[in-house]
Design a protein around this ligand. Sequence first.
Ligand SMILES: NC(=O)c1ccc[n+]([C@@H]2O[C@H](COP(=O)([O-])OP(=O)(O)OC[C@H]3O[C@@H](n4cnc5c(N)ncnc54)[C@H](O)[C@@H]3O)[C@@H](O)[C@H]2O)c1
Ligand SMILES: [Zn+2]
Length: 390
Amino acid sequence: MAESSHALSFPITQTQEHRLLFTRGVFAPDNLTLASVLTPREPGENVRALVFWDGGLETAFPGFGARIVAWFAARGDTVKLAAEPVALAGGEQVKNDFSQLERIWTAINDSGLCRHSYVIAVGGGAVLDLVGFAAATAHRGIPLVRLPTTSLSQGDGGVGVKNGINFFGKKNWLGSFGVPHAIVNDLSLLHGLPVRERRVGLIEAVKVALIRDAKFFEFIEARVDALAKFEPEPFEAVIRESARQHMEHIATAGDPFERGSARPLDFGHWAAHKLEQLTEFRVSHGEAVAVGMAIDLIYARRTGLLPEAEAERILGVIQRLGFELFAPVKQIRGPSGRQDMLDGLEEFREHLGGRLTIPMIRAPGVRLDIHEMDGPTVKAAFDELRERYG
Ligand SMILES: NC(=O)c1ccc[n+]([C@@H]2O[C@H](COP(=O)([O-])OP(=O)(O)OC[C@H]3O[C@@H](n4cnc5c(N)ncnc54)[C@H](O)[C@@H]3O)[C@@H](O)[C@H]2O)c1
Ligand SMILES: [Zn+2]
């Protein structure tokens, strides 16, 4: 008979490829970028795919939906649509509505998609997060190809390994980790974005530069005025490099699926998450990150981590890119903006699973983690922000 207790253990290792392709005009009939990743699972099989796309694209690029259909028609039998592409409402609300998830599962089920098929998600981060979660849970995971279409999703969210929807009124409460089959960034789509949506991708680029790469920060700084005007060449270069930096971090920093409590890519994010929530998402993620980074930069200066000249230099770059450093806080309805926002620190601790770990910097590109923030100094940093930028 077996002993009363014993253990078995088998290592399972699997190397995954985190792939991103850049193109322009991804649904031009002769563009083969997307086709190059829609490979059959078994040699000789035809590929079936179902496309879910962000309806906001039709407004910016009339005829977008028809172009998707025409692109597949031009592929003949090798790559086929399993059903008509499904348009979804873009923006955060789509992540708040569980029936949208059921709608995607239904379309996957009705079209008989299997794990040898592909789900293709085209859109902003909200649509990608929703469709990604639906694909991850249908049949325990149908391969996902992401086509991010906003500056934030092309440079950050869409090139990551997470998905999720909001549930119990909490952001990304339902979701999963998983490496997408492939990502395709069509840079020409960025030029359809309204100014506000265009700008937000830049703050995540500044963030990733500050935590990992002084040279990238200097690149942004040297072009700050051109970037503020979204001149295509530097703008695209910064979104590209931001994507590369985010992917490289995920693939090489040792914790792609966030098992530990360090979250370097969340620099400035503890206050940002709370600000988004307190303003019922009227303040967008990127706008909130600018404020959150400003609070942390002032905190780092006040605690002697970051020399004053460096703090001022970075705050200057963020401002010159067109970000407001205090106005978003005024969008909090109700009297206790400061205290409510500072409660975000405690929530961040819970989100990390216990141990508070806040990324900070000593200089652009030089990160360190701290495990405690001094309450009165956080308040002083917030008050300084209001005095200087309010
Ligand atoms: N999974 C992750 O790792 C991750 C990381 C960061 C952010 N996110 C999530 O991403 C979401 C925010 O995404 P977002 O900033 O991309 O915005 P969004 O998805 O909310 O889209 C913003 C608006 O832009 C429209 N749109 C999309 N592409 C367009 C284009 N090319 N031209 C014109 N309009 C276009 C959409 O219809 C929508 O109205 C949040 O829910 C956030 O939580 C996820
Ligand atoms: Zn972010």
